[in-house]
Structures are given as C-alpha cells and as structure tokens.
Design a protein around this ligand. Structure first.
Ligand code: FAD
Length: 491
C-alpha cells in the first residue's frame, strides 16, 4: 500500500518540528531573525515537556551565583513574572513558573515575532531532496506524490564519502490527512529526534544496555492548605522558605524525614514499594493551594519514550500511581486532607530517548573537565542527574570529586556541533536529543539549556536559510556568538 500526500505550494524559511522547550524558543528566535517560520506541534499548545508534561520549576543552572542561561530565557522569566505566572523566592531563585502561563507567553512571543504555528499535527517523515523523484514518487506533476516505503536506511555521508543530504520537505499528519511542507531549513525539536532518525541520522538511545532514564507522569494536587503543610514540613526537618515556595521530597535510603511515612503507607497497602523510588513536590506560582509533583515514576519495564506502546502504557501506569499517591498525601501529609487532583499532565515526561550523532558528541569527560569549545552556544553547570530505572537516582554533585567541574564557579560548554546532525545539510537538533553520551545528556537536558540551544538553532537556521541555501554548517560561528551575546546570552 502506498500513501498519498499533497505538497503545499506555500514554503517557509524554517520549519520547526515540535514546539516544545527548545522548539518554541527556536521558532521565536528564527522569526525575530527575520525568517518565515512555521512551528509544527503535536499538542495544542507550546512548551512541550515544560508545559504539557508539567515540568516545573526550571532547574537552576548557576556558576559563581550567576545564571548561565540568559537571552530569551531572561525574557521568558520577565514575562511570566509580569503576568503572575513566575516568581522569585527569598533566596533569589527566579526559576519558579506556572506551566499554563508559560503556554500563553510562548505563543504570544512566537506570534508577535511573525511566526506561525500548526497545532495538533504530527511530523511523519522527511522527503529527502535526492528522493523527491525517486523513493518518493511524484504523480500529477509537482503536487501529489505516492510514498514508496523505505527499504534501507540512508547511508551516512561520513561512511560513504558523499556530500550531506538535504531535507526537501516534511510529511505531516493532521485532520487534513497527509501533507508535505517545504522549507529551506528544518529544526528537529521533537525531543525524540523523530525527524532526524527518519532522515537517517544515526542515534544512540539509553545507557550501555539500551536502558533509558525513568519516565514520570507529573500531576498536581489542588485544595492544599499550604500553611499547614509548610508547618508540618518545617517541623519534620524538610526546611522550607515559606508556604509559597514549598519543596519536599522522599527517595528510599536518602535520609528523607518523610521515609517513615512512606514505609507505613507501603505496609498499609496504600502505596507500592516503587512509589517511594522518587517523590518530590513543588509550589506553583499563580496557583495558590496547589502542589506540583515530580512523580510518579513509571514502572521500570516502560522506559522507552520513543516506543508508542510503552508511552501509552506509561500513561495508564502513571494514572494508577497518581491515585495511590493522592490517597497517601490525603492520609499522611497534614494540609492535604481535602486535596484533589488538579492536573494530570497530558504528556508523559520523557527524560531521555534518542540522542543524535552530531558533528561533536559531548561526553562525561567534557563535563568533568569543564570543556571549552570555539563554537560554544551554551554553558552548563547543572549536574549529571540520572533517574535510573535500575534503581535510585544518581546526582554527580552528591559525590566528592576533585574534577574541575565540582568547583562552585565551574561550567562546561556545549558546542554548536552538538546540534548539527551528521549527514544532513539543512537540519539542526537542539534540546534533549542533542549529540551527547547518556551521562552527558543527563546534565544538559534541563529546560534552560534547551532554551539556549533552541535560541542558537533558531538564529542559525534563519541565517542558513537567508544566506547559505539552507546549509547550517556554513553559518559563521563568530557572528552567531556575537548575536547571541548581543541578545543577552552568557557565552
Ligand atoms: C519528569 C521530568 C522531570 C524533569 N524535571 C526538570 C526540572 O525540574 N527542571 C528542568 O529544567 N528540567 C527538568 N526536566 C528536563 C526538561 O524538562 C526536558 O529535558 C526538556 O524540557 C526537553 O526539552 P525538548 O525541547 O528537548 O523537548 P520537549 O520540551 O519535550 O519538546 C518536544 C516537543 O515536540 C513535540 N513532538 C514530539 N514529537 C512530535 C512529532 N512527531 N510531531 C510533532 N510534534 C512532536 C512534543 O509534543 C513537544 O511539544 C525534567 C524532565 C522530565 C521528563
């Protein structure tokens, strides 16, 4: 069977696949750089894991007390603050935000920059330039084609000595059926490198055994008496900065003062043992009486967020666990007696799935040695942070170490080459799918780094479309860095 699709006559300079954490920012940056931009998003709002997987707050990424991610991240925070959807706590942490507010802010920024968005649309397959008249057979002249299924993966130019291939257009699926959209440059910000993988870019996935980080389905409890909860947490050794900035946690064996409550609940049959593998709650600005939970963890067998069956089963497994955790909170945490489920995140939280092979692959050694790169686009000091389904969580900051990275004023850099996939001339891959080893990815994946990578990708894509026939490798790195600095970037 072949599938027919229509190629639209309209074209864009830049198409962003996935309007998530990196993709929304990439779209805004590209539009502000003067490109005609279309962001294609599977959900009905922008922000991805930060909004639709309800991942709040932004993780701090500091070196010597200074935030390493500035530029558009600063503007986001300012806009969130202005509408009451952001907050700065008494310790000066400005990373608290309301995911629902973030959806509005990102959309306003994209549209006001002249960018377009197409919601409820899935990226299906790229049409490679070589294949327009080949593997993808054109019928009726230019506008309709029949797809002939791929029989073999694309060869990698590195292996064959060929020039990088180009993406001609992108087949999408939505209520209109299948269509192909054309652009000079594509940004794959799907988090799972969906577009890159289908274009033949090699990728890594998971650790040395192919096991991914744990997925989680985040949720909120509303109707919480936060003053009472705060008093209880303070009395139980989980020191709080105040009832509006609550942060509490329990992980088996990590000396959390809440562990005895969890043990009792497991023994009483309210919780399963694995519900205590990771439990964490946060306040949310603009939503008084509501706590956002960075859990439950999905059962370990379901760890691959790029597998649609596992992803679907994760949703079900997560909802069952949310019922257990809600019962536990009501019974065991003072202030939560009348709490009810406020939000169950529409998207399962996927920490790590595919990671492209780029022109440079960031490693753990780069992180520990505070590597510097001539093509730096982002600085990071967030720790290696692996939520392992093999047991527990691993935070490299907790270990004593003599490596340069453990100093308070340390940071390493992320090079532009880490978002340039091998083999394709007009594609960039910012965000959690950037080219990195399993351990390095666990450090660079946090939202503010995804913003910074997205901002660099957006500008580079706009320039590649305007000046270089779409070839992203021809973008001048010095000029890109100068522009990022001009826009407030900390490089
Ligand atoms: C449970 C969990 C807790 C975390 N905790 C924190 C934290 O506290 N603070 C922090 O800063 N970071 C945290 N992180 C990390 C961080 O949130 C993510 O790594 C980051 O948001 C990923 O950004 P991204 O742009 O790469 O992908 P995403 O933000 O996931 O964006 C991908 C977008 O692409 C869309 N998409 C995917 N496939 C397709 C397709 N085929 N077609 C069309 N659209 C598609 C998705 O709908 C989505 O909008 C956490 C992550 C998880 C999962």
């Amino acid at each position: 069977m072949t599938l027919a699709y229509q190629t639209l006559s309209q074209t864009w300079d830049v198409i962003v696949a996935g309007g998530g954490t990196a993709g929304a920012i990439a779209g805004i940056a590209a539009a502000r750089a003067g490109a005609r931009v279309l962001v294609i998003e599977a959900q009905g709002s922008l922000g991805g894991t930060g909004t639709n997987a309800w991942v709040t707050p932004l993780m701090r990424n500091l070196s010597a007390g200074e935030n390493l991610n500035r530029g558009l991240t600063d503007e986001l925070k300012a806009r969130l603050l202005a509408r009451g959807d952001g907050a700065v706590d008494p310790n000066g942490n400005d990373n608290w935000f309301n995911p629902e507010g973030m959806k509005f802010v990102l959309e306003q920024m994209l549209l006001s920059a002249g960018g377009e968005v197409l919601y409820h649309t899935h990226v299906v397959e790229p049409v490679m330039a070589d294949d327009v008249d080949g593997r993808w057979l054109m019928v009726d002249g230019k506008d309709t084609a029949h797809r002939v299924p791929l029989t073999a993966p694309h060869p990698f130019p590195q292996a064959t000595g060929h020039k990088p291939q180009a993406i001609h257009s992108l087949v999408i699926h939505n209520k209109g059926g299948l269509q192909a959209l054309r652009a000079a440059v594509f940004i794959d910000a799907t988090g799972d490198a969906d577009l890159a993988a289908r274009a033949g870019v090699p990728f890594h996935a998971g650790d040395e055994d192919g096991i991914h980080q744990a997925m989680s389905l985040r949720f909120t409890l509303a109707g919480v008496d936060t003053a009472r909860l705060c008093a209880f947490l303070n009395a139980n050794g989980q020191g709080q900065t105040g009832e509006h900035f609550l942060h509490f946690w329990m992980v088996w064996g990590k000396n959390s003062t809440l562990e005895p409550l969890f043990r009792e609940a497991v023994e009483a049959g309210v919780l399963l043992e694995r519900d205590g593998d990771y439990f964490q709650g946060f306040s949310v600005p603009g939503r008084p009486g509501e706590i956002s939970f960075n859990c439950p963890r999905i059962r370990p067998e379901l760890h691959d967020g790029a597998d649609p069956w596992q992803l679907s089963a994760a949703q079900t497994d997560g909802r069952e666990a949310i019922d257990r955790l809600t019962a536990f909170c009501r019974a065991s945490l003072p202030g939560c007696e009348n709490a009810f489920i406020g939000v169950v995140a529409p998207m399962v939280g996927v920490r790590e799935s595919r990671r492209i092979v780029g022109e440079y692959t960031l490693t753990l050694t780069d992180i520990l040695d505070c590597a510097r790169f001539p093509d730096v686009i982002c600085r990071n000091h967030y720790p290696v942070d692996i939520h392992s389904v093999k047991g527990g969580a691993r935070l490299l900051h907790e270990r004593d170490g003599t490596a340069p990275y453990f100093a308070k004023d340390a940071y390493h850099e992320i090079p532009f080459r880490a978002i340039v996939p091998v083999g394709i001339s007009n594609l960039l891959v910012p965000g959690r799918a950037a080219s990195s080893t399993f351990e390095a990815q666990s450090a660079i994946r946090v939202q503010q780094n995804c913003h910074s990578m997205g901002e660099a990708a957006g500008i580079a894509a706009a320039w590649a479309a305007r000046e270089h026939d779409g070839r992203v490798r021809d973008v001048g790195i010095d000029a890109l860095q100068t522009e990022l600095r001009r826009l407030g970037g900390n490089l």
